[in-house]
Design a protein around this ligand. Sequence first.
Ligand SMILES: [Zn+2]
Length: 189
Amino acid sequence: MCHAVLESPTFFAVLMHIDEDLAEAARGEGCPACGGVLHQADYPRKPRGCPEPWRAAFATRRSFCCAQCRRRLTPRSVRFLGRRVYLGLIVVLASVRHSGHHPQADALAATLAVPIRTLRRWQTWWREQLPQTPLWCGAQGGFVPPVDLQQAPGSLLVRFLGDAADAVVALLRFLSPLTSRSCRLHEGG
Ligand SMILES: [Zn+2]
């Protein structure tokens, strides 16, 4: 599954397109604090796990700065999961393989150059930190039967419809509110 998704040329184009839509929608709404006009103020990124043809396009995280109150707004993203250096899809796919049922986990981790320590940290995030987010508290009731996050992200991924690529995109979209930030400028990003 992993390699099929990673080698699909349309998959990365879809992620790019969704992020552009999310960014334009956020810009259209204006500053959440004062309603001011948002100016583009992107962050440079060096995403790990990104195929060569997409590296340039994925080297930028869209972000805005309010012309009036100077607050920064970083819109939702399906490409970047927070400040992690790996792309969101790598966090998902490598975590699925790492969750215990896949003997290829080590091989995959080596292919993607994800250190085992990092995989364990992601596992802790899925099991212990995701359940505490407002996103999960609001959404978990919608999953019937309940999702066992101890088996996440595999247990979460199977709840989204379509082929492997569709399900990964749907999961990244589901998680994308976690990737949005609104803060004072210079607070970091
Ligand atoms: Zn503002």
